[in-house]
Design a protein around this ligand. Structure first.
Ligand SMILES: Cc1cc2nc3c(=O)[nH]c(=O)nc-3n(C[C@H](O)[C@H](O)[C@H](O)COP(=O)(O)O)c2cc1C
Ligand code: SF4
Length: 543
């Protein structure tokens, strides 16, 4: 309803707020809190059309802040990473995304197709994505699409769950939970109707793989959702799409119409009597926390998007408190090929004992940024230097961020890590959704850490105080100058920063507050000299 008012009137007016509050019997103050929580719901006239300029970590390297300053006379406001780190700086204007590096050089551009890997290594998700017409149902079917679902429908739901379990596919949205185990829990749970939710919020800075999949292979996502419904007994599906992807919305809507016409969505899916499954697309309104599954479910239900306490988990108490499978876009897009080619085939795509593949969104100081589907277990340095051409001539890699920003930095000897969770966890980080941002030796790493923490402080939902206050305090400690920057004595500064981080990690209510201190932990571990210089500059100021 808020979206409808926002689009029709260009903003959410006081009258609209009052009408919705009265109509839905929501206290006006609660509704006001929710409207102002979302970045893109404007409270001022023509706010819907006001430009939003990306100032995410990579866009800052490319002049995003300067572009924002130049466009401020047009009413432009900053926007956190909008998932286009493989393109020039994006500017969202109404329902269009333009990219460019100057205010008069902005243009609409389709999202780039992923490049094939130079080693000719077999892919799962990208194997057919470059085929012409793949985004249409005809092109999709001509390249093996919906064959996996056809096979699934010839099996019992239990057999489908077994194949997915045997494939060792694990969630690609961040937490890495085994998909087959999740589906079995939903299938076994009491309560109906059951729901499948595709998490297409992709708010993690440095991640843009779900957009590539949805733009170029929308039917793969739909096929995955329908297969999940068959396996779990769900009858309704939601795809929760981040606000910043308006072009993707149009692509998905078109694909859904095609899928419905072809009988893959709706009543009697695939000709199976009694298998009914509807898919609805819902748009976010700009809030990183809405990618967290509990927050996403609250947002879907029209509630204030705070994360939910766990347990109970969504598998038993999800959408409307009923059993729900929440899965990431990439997880779901892997399902068709797994059913088509078998669990053993998928497992075999990884290197050594690692099963399957992962899309890495690689950006920053490399010659060829983009989405790469890597076999799990590939050395990070192979990806950066051989596949993506490494940093510019004469430059070296100073650090990378992992899991977008949530995994903190890896640097020095840890850049030889292999891309699989056990190896990355052993270095104190995690792979998460697979965003990797590269920073070369010219970059001010404390400034990068500062902007990362500022992002977490901005996006902290405020439900629990360790995160709400902790992200704020850590941002201040990374600020140059001012009282709030903390002690000028290095040992005290480090002690305080470690202390705040420890409290956040042990007491925050969701992954945001638990992950944010990885930024400061890894900064102190890899960059003691830069930290010492930062603190000394502050001490000098105090003298
Ligand atoms: C702060 C935060 C943000 C998240 N954002 C996303 C997101 O944008 N997309 C996503 O798929 N998962 C995101 N997740 C993970 C989801 O909570 C959930 O684990 C995932 O959607 C489950 O799907 P999967 O098992 O297929 O990965 C986020 C988690 C946290 C804590
Ligand atoms: S950890 Fe942060 S984002 Fe998560 S519930 Fe607490 S305040 Fe909200």
């Amino acid at each position: 309803m808020l979206h409808a008012f926002h689009e029709r009137e260009g903003f959410v007016s006081d009258d609209a707020l009052r009408a919705i509050a009265e109509g839905l019997s929501i206290p006006l103050a609660d509704l006001y809190a929710t409207v102002t929580f979302y970045h893109h719901l404007s409270r001022v006239p023509s706010g819907h059309e006001a430009p939003r300029v990306c100032t995410g970590p990579i866009c800052r390297l490319r002049g995003g802040s300067e572009l924002l300053a130049a466009m401020q006379k047009d009413g432009a406001t900053p926007m956190p990473c909008s998932g286009r780190c493989d393109q020039p700086v994006p500017v969202l204007v109404g329902d269009r995304t333009l990219v460019g590096s100057s205010a008069d050089g902005l243009e609409a551009r389709p999202s780039p197709l992923p490049e094939p890997n130079p080693g000719g290594i077999e892919e799962c998700l990208f194997a057919a994505i470059r085929e012409p017409g793949r985004a249409t149902i005809d092109g999709y079917v001509a390249t093996g699409g919906y064959e996996g679902l056809r096979k699934a429908l010839a099996m019992s739901p239990e057999q489908v769950v077994d194949v997915v379990t045997e494939s060792k596919l694990a969630g690609r949205g961040g937490a890495g939970f085994p998909t087959g185990v999740k589906w079995k829990a939903v299938a076994d749970a009491q309560g109906a109707p059951k729901t499948v939710v595709c998490n297409a919020d992709e708010g993690e800075p440095g991640c843009f793989k779900d957009r590539a999949l949805m733009d170029h292979d929308p039917h793969a996502v739909i096929e995955g959702m329908v297969t999940a419904a068959w396996a779990t007994g769900a009858v309704r599906g939601f795809l929760y799409l981040r606000y910043e992807y308006p072009e993707t919305l149009a692509i998905l809507e078109r694909a859904l119409v095609e899928a419905r016409e072809a009988g893959w969505v709706g009543c009697g899916v695939g000709g199976v009597d009694g298998f009914d499954f509807e898919v609805h697309i819902r748009r976010g309104a700009g809030a990183y926390i809405c990618g967290e599954e509990g927050s996403l479910l609250n947002s879907l239900e029209g509630k204030h998007p705070f994360p939910r306490n766990r347990p109970p988990f969504p598998v038993t108490h999800g959408y409307e408190d009923l059993p729900t499978a929440v899965n990431n876009v990439e997880t779901l897009a892997s399902i068709g090929p797994i059913l088509r080619n078998g669990a053993e085939w998928y497992r075999g795509l990884g290197l050594g004992e690692h099963a399957g593949t992962k899309i890495i969104s690689l950006s920053g100081d490399v010659q060829r940024s983009g989405n790469y589907e890597v076999p799990l277990g590939l050395p990070l340095s192979t990806l950066i230097h051989e596949w993506a051409g490494g940093p510019g001539a004469g430059r070296t890699v100073q650090a990378v961020t992992m899991a977008g920003l949530s995994g903190g930095f890896l640097a020095r000897e840890d850049l030889d890590v292999t891309l699989d969770d056990p190896a990355i966890k052993a270095r104190g980080s995690f792979l998460g959704a697979g965003g990797i941002m590269v920073f070369d030796d010219t970059r001010d790493i404390v400034a990068v850490a500062h902007s990362a923490m500022e992002f977490f402080a901005h996006e902290s939902c405020g439900k629990c105080f360790p995160c709400r206050i902790g992200t704020q305090r850590l941002t201040e400690r990374l600020t140059s100058g001012g009282e709030a920057a903390g002690p000028g004595n290095l040992a005290d500064w480090k002690g305080e920063v470690a202390d705040i981080g420890d409290v956040m990690k042990s007491t925050s209510a969701c992954g945001l507050g638990i992950a944010a201190p990885l930024i400061t932990d890894s900064l102190m571990r890899y960059f003691p000299d830069e930290v010492a210089r930062h603190v000394a500059a502050r001490a000098g100021e105090m003298e």
